[in-house]
Each structure stands twice: as C-alpha cells, then as structure tokens.
Design a protein around this ligand. Structure first.
Ligand code: ADP
Length: 749
C-alpha cells in the first residue's frame, strides 16, 4: 500500500456492523427466534447474570426469566419492538433480584436481547417521560428559526444528560459536517468547526439512519467477545446493526481518545430518510446514560427531525417571495415573446436576480446570449458539452466548478459557481447561470488531510488525526453556495417555460386544425362545384352547337357571331373548371414519394414543352448537378413544367434563355432541403404583383398576349410545393427577368 492510496475513506470499508464484540456495560443474548433457545451470548454473563456463558447456550429463555417475562419478550418480538423497548426485566439470583432494561430486536431468524443493569428502581413511568419532554417539544415548535431550534435542543439535551458538550452537527452536500449549535462548559468551543466526511464513514452514516441513538459510556472499555464467535444458525458473524451494545470501531475509539472524549452519545437527525445531522454529546470521563433518559433524548431527536422541514421552509422567506414574483414576470415576458430566446434575453439583469447570479448565458444550437459576466462563447460550448451528461432532472449545479472540471481553472473568476438548466435537449436550449469566485476560509477541527502515519518499522497505519485544534484553510475556486430555494426556483422555471411553450404549441395546433378543416371544406366544395358544373356547361355547349347547325341559316351574321362567342366562352369555362378540378384533386390525393433524379425530370419536361412549341428558340441552361430528391414525381414534374413554360412564354427578348438550377448549400446547411430555381431573362413581374400571381385565375396580361393561359399554373405549383412541406417565392426585375425559387421540404428549426 502506498501513502497515496491510503486515506480515511478506507474506513468506509470497515465492516463495523459485525465486530463480533460488544461494549461491557450490558449483556447480549442471541436467541433462536422460533424456539426461544439461547444460541450466542456475550462473555460477561458471570459478572452480570452469575452464569457461565456455556451454561446458558442451548438453554431456553425460560431458564433465565419467569414465564410472564418470557411472554412479554415474545410479545415484544412479535409486535412493534420500537415502541415496546425497553422491557422491565429481572432475574432471581439467590436472594437478590437483578433488574435490567431489556432491549429486544430481531434480525431474520435471530432475536437479540440486550440487558443493561438498572441503576434506578422501577420502570420509567410514561408520565415522567412525558413531563421530561413536553416542555422541550413546545420550545422546539416555538423556535422561530432553525438556529433557535438547534440552540434549544443542545441546551435541553445537555440539561437532561449532564454531558459536558452537546452539539448539533449538520452534514453538507459534500458530506463534510459542521457544528452549527453548541452548549458546553468546556473552554474551547467547537462551534462553526468543520469536519471531513471521513470522520463519519459511509457505513456508520448508514447505521445512524437505522439506529437513531448510539452510546459509548466509556471509550476505554475492554470489548467483550461473543460465544460462540459466529451465529450457529448461519455460521456467519452476528449482525449487530441494531444492537445498542455493539462494539465501536477501534479507529473511532482512537478518534475519541485524540479528542479527549471518554463518553459519547449521538442521536440521528433524519430528514426524508437521509441523515441530516447528529446531536453529538461528549464527556471527558466515563458516563452512563440510563435507557429512559436516552429514550427521551431520542424522542427529542425525532421531534427535531420532523420540524426540520418546517424550519427550513421558513428560512429566506422574503427571498423566496422575491424569487416567486420574478418567476411570474419571467413567464409573462416569455409568453408575449415570439421566440423563446428573445423572451428570456429581454429579462436582462432580472435573469441574474432570479438566482442571485453574476452572469448567465441562454443558448440554443446556433447562438448564445450573454447577460452579465460570463465566460466567452468559445469557452461555453465545451463547458456545456461537459455539463450535459451530468444533468439530473434537467439540472446541474456546483459551487466549485474548477474542482470538478479542471479546464475551468481559468474561468474561476467569473464561473466558480455554475447552475445549468436544460430546457430542451432536442432544440439544445440551455440556460446557465454563473457565480464569481469568493475566497473562503474554512475552519477545520484539526487538519483533515493527514490520516496516514508511518510506524517505526516503516509500515503504514491508518489513524485519525491527533489534533483537533482549529486549522484554517483558504479555499479558492468556490462561489457562494446555491441555495436550495434557488435551485428549486430554477427547476420550477423549467416547468413554467415548458408550460408556456406547450400552450403556444396548443394554440398553434388548434389554429392549424381549424385551417386544415376549412381547407378541406374548400377543397371538397371546389371539387363538387367544378364536377357538377361540368355537366350543364356541356349542355350549353352542345345546345349552342345544335342552334348553329339547325338554325345557322336563319340567323343573320351578328346572330352567328354571338353563337360562336357563346361556344368559345363555354370552351374557356370548361378549361377553367378543369383547372379548378385538377387543383382540388391535388389537395385530396396522397403524395407518392420516391427518389427522383431532378436532372432527368427537368430534361423530360423541357423535351415535352419544346415539342408543343417548336417555333421558340430558347437556350436552356440546366445544372447537371441537379440533385436526387424524395418527392412525388408527377407533381414535381408539374411544378417544373409550369415554371419553365412561364419562363418560356413571358419573354420578349431576342436571345431568350431559361436557367434551371439550385442554390449551393453551406456545410451548416447540409441537412436543409435544396432550394431549386427556374430563372429567365423575360419581361419580369412588377413588385406589387408578385404575391397576386399565385392567386387562382389571376393573370397580369390580356388573354391572347404571351401565348395565353388560364392563370392557374402558379397556384397549382404553390399547392404542390406546400404539400411537400416546402415554400415557393420569387425575385424579379421588370424587363430583366424573374427567378422562381422553391423547396420541397421544410427546413428543420
Ligand atoms: P398563366 O396560365 O397565366 O401563365 P400562371 O399562374 O402560371 O398563369 O401565372 C400567373 C401570371 O403571372 C401570368 O399570367 C403572368 O402574368 C405572370 N407570370 C408568371 N410567370 C412569369 C414569368 N416567368 N415572367 C413574367 N411573368 C410571369
């Protein structure tokens, strides 16, 4: 073992619940739970009970206790022994009656009966107990603050027990502990001293939560062995987790000795099943505390544990109110802002007040907004990458970033404290608050860093520190700690933000539904109308023709001309109705997605178009790199056909050209959809008409000009593009030409 590898966390591995030894101030009997037969005893029965251990082994309990007492013990084992302990037990020994406090526990198949000789007569009366604790409970409840409550408890426990020093020791998040209240008649105060986490190893903390009171009446005791050494039912060492007599770890005894403590008692303070702290009592000479007094102290510990949450809630009451009102303002601003990031940024310095920070950044995937003093954007991205895997319930906080993330050493002036909130992983929305470094002095109870001693023979030995005198340490790379209420406010903020965003999404969804419904209605109306109109129109057309054929001779020239116009008009109307029908069908048909090579598609479209207009001399410039995209081939063909045919038609130049291509993408846009375009050097479209031309049957020219058309082409093109999730727009300069752009899928935001 090297010096480096030994530290007091080695104590975490000491199996302190199975020492096979007990303290000598009582006797332990291990009993087979089913047969009530004694299977293991401590090796001090001669002195306390007048029996050799061997004489007791294998004997029924009834050999020691009368049948009434055996019944009481059994009832206790079967019932709630927590509330029945201690039992008032006695053993007849020749002419004397030995009286004991009997403490019963059960661990699997073994019942433990621990007997502590009674120093006073009779069982503690409930009313004595009640009288003792009643006043203390009232004082605990009346205490206005946590500090006052702690002070009441240390004073009252000291009054009850007569210990020289009674302290409240509170564990911090890093598991170090600090003395936050003290009542003592000793010269040197321990108040405000901090103790390293290793002073109370992990498994000891675990035992403190199952066993709320622990007493060592004399740290200089000779431990008593169990006979036999192992539990005969399991051939394992007896589990003494719940035993009140369990022997103490030698390291802990040495620790007490170094502190000058001979008797000690500790009572657990537990909040939400976690060890919050201890009431720690010290005495410089041996001191036994009878079970009844211990029970009263334990009860005080329980009442204090229950009150912890109340007292903690009352801490920083004004500050919490202030946080609440900031939160409300925050949500109001956010719900009015169009974009989440902008909404938060509008809050400005209030964002900092929300958690009393000195800086904050609000980030999404492509930008970061900073408020106050923060690291640079180039430093924030790697920091965020480091934080992300550590998030728990969307939160991460530390008051000493450089200690966890060495790269942050250079940032410690502005970012020793970090509180990060993930709002959306998908959209990479994060808010990170920062706090500056505040140099601090920690008052340790002795230098906590020297647990290893090198013995004369050169071997290493783990030993607790010898001196508990004040040892001051200046700590850098730390900010003021984030308060629980600040962390809670941030957690709440997230749900408020999510609430606002969800509400906005809901509103959008219901607007979309409404829109979809009216679009569907319109589609079906257009479909039904155009479909049903076709038939009477055909009738009018036919009858006009009949008239012409049958009565053409009787009619004068004017009459014939009017009939011919009528036929032409019906043809035009049929044309329009067909376009409308086609348009409404587009909205109803499913898209047939497939991989389409746009270069090939455009070539085919041009071939078809030029076939029907062979007289046009047009220079087609097609980009060979036109991509392959997933879309509905027939519909996209229609878009290109409409746009290219317009580009060919609306051109009065001598040298006409039409260019078909796409806008190159930057690396950042790699996953964005392609922007395709059809460009011409034609007549151009005045700015004020650029939106109108997408309306159905809207034309800018006379019917016969530029080769005619019915004004549905662009409307259909837009419908198809939008059904693909894309958009269509144009840029145009009068007399110079137009470019129609479109995409076939939505850009991811
Ligand atoms: P049409 O059947 O009349 O071509 P469209 O919906 O395709 O119907 O176009 C609507 C109107 O927009 C056209 O009548 C024309 O005035 C104008 N237009 C469309 N494309 C162009 C273009 N490339 N250059 C100039 N004007 C155009």
């Amino acid at each position: 073992m090297t010096v480096q590898s030994v530290d007091l966390t080695n104590c975490d591995r000491e199996p302190i619940h199975i020492p096979g030894l007990i303290q000598p101030h009582g006797v332990l009997l291990a009993i087979n739970f089913s047969t009530l037969e004694i299977i293991q005893v401590s090796d001090n029965t001669v002195k306390s009970l007048g029996h050799q251990p061997e004489d007791l082994l294998g004997k029924p309990l009834s050999d020691l206790f009368d049948s009434k007492q055996v019944d009481t013990i059994q009832a206790c084992l079967n019932g709630d022994f927590e509330s029945l302990n201690p039992l008032d037990l006695s053993i007849k020994r020749q002419s004397k009656t030995l009286r004991f406090d009997g403490i019963v526990h059960r661990c699997d198949e073994v019942a433990l009966l621990e007997l502590e000789p009674k120093k006073t007569k009779g069982k503690a009366d409930f009313f004595d107990f009640y009288q003792q604790v009643k006043g203390v409970i009232t004082k605990i409840q009346k205490a206005a603050t946590m500090q006052q409550m702690c002070q009441v408890v240390v004073q009252e426990v000291r009054k009850f027990t007569g210990f020289e020093r009674v302290m409240i020791y509170r564990f911090d998040e890093d598991e170090t502990g600090i003395v936050i209240a003290e009542d003592t008649n000793q010269e040197i105060p321990y108040l405000d001293l901090r103790y390293p986490a290793s002073d109370i190893p992990k498994q000891a903390r675990q035992l403190y939560t199952s066993n709320w009171l622990r007493i060592i009446p004399n740290a200089n005791y000779e431990p008593v062995e169990l006979i036999p050494k192992e539990n005969p039912l399991t051939n394992q060492p007896l589990d003494l987790s719940l035993s009140v007599l369990r022997s103490v770890s030698p390291i802990h005894l040495e620790y007490l000795q170094n502190m000058g403590v001979v008797a000690s008692m500790s009572i657990s303070l537990v909040q939400e099943q976690k060890l919050w702290g201890l009431i720690a009592c010290h005495h410089s000479t041996a001191k036994y505390i009878p079970y009844s007094v211990r029970a009263a102290c334990e009860f005080i510990g329980q009442v204090m544990s229950l009150e912890l949450a109340n007292k903690e809630a009352s801490v920083d009451q004004d500050y919490k109110m202030q946080l609440k009102s900031l939160q409300t303002r925050f949500v109001e601003t956010l719900s009015q802002a169009e974009y989440f990031l902008d909404g938060i940024a509008q809050m400005g310095s209030q964002m900092l007040d929300l958690v009393n920070a000195t800086g904050a950044v609000i980030c999404n995937s492509d930008r970061c907004i900073s408020i106050g003093e923060t690291p640079k954007e180039t430093e924030i991205n790697p920091l965020l990458d480091w934080i992300k895997p550590q998030l728990q319930d969307n939160l991460f906080h530390t008051r000493s970033l450089p200690h966890l993330y060495p790269q942050a050493e250079s940032l410690k002036a502005v970012a020793s404290g970090v509180l990060a909130l993930e709002i959306s992983r998908i959209h990479q929305n994060y808010i990170v608050w920062f706090r500056k470094e505040v140099l601090q002095t920690v008052n340790w109870g002795g230098n906590p860093n020297k647990p290893v001693e090198v013995k004369d023979d050169g071997s290493l030995r783990l030993s607790p520190r010898k001196s508990f005198a004040l040892w001051q340490q200046t700590v850098s790379g730390c900010s003021l700690p984030w308060k629980d209420c600040e962390i809670a406010a941030v957690a709440e903020l997230r749900s408020l933000i999510v609430g606002v965003v969800l509400r906005q999404a809901d509103e959008l969804a219901s607007m979309n539904m409404e829109l979809q419904r009216s679009n569907e209605e319109l589609d079906s109306f257009a479909y039904v109308a155009s479909h049903d109109l076709k038939e009477p129109l055909r009738g009018i057309h036919n009858y006009a023709n009949f008239l012409m054929e049958d009565y053409g001779d009787i009619l004068n020239e004017d009459g014939v001309a009017k009939l011919q116009t009528l036929v032409k008009l019906t043809q035009r109307m049929e044309n329009l109705i067909n376009s409308l029908l086609h348009f409404s069908r587009l909205g109803r048909a499913e898209l047939m997605h497939q991989q389409v090579n746009l270069y090939e598609l455009v070539q085919q479209a041009i071939a078809t178009l030029t076939m029907s207009r062979p007289q046009d001399q047009i220079d087609f410039r097609i980009s060979q790199a036109l991509p392959i995209v997933e879309c509905d081939r027939a519909q996209v063909n229609e878009v290109f056909t409409n746009l290219i045919s317009n580009a060919m038609k609306y051109n009065d130049k001598q040298d006409k050209w039409v260019e078909i291509g796409f806008v190159p993408k930057t690396r950042k846009q790699a996953t964005d959809p392609y922007t395709l375009y059809v460009r011409d050097n034609g007549i151009g479209i005045p700015q004020e008409h650029q939106e109108k031309i997408f309306q159905i049957f809207r034309r800018l020219h006379g019917r016969e000009e530029y080769g005619g058309g019915n004004g549905a082409g662009l409307t259909i093109a837009r419908k198809i593009v939008e059904r693909h999730g894309g958009k269509i727009w144009l840029e145009s300069t009068l007399n110079e030409g137009s470019t129609f752009y479109f995409t076939l899928a939505a850009e991811e935001i």
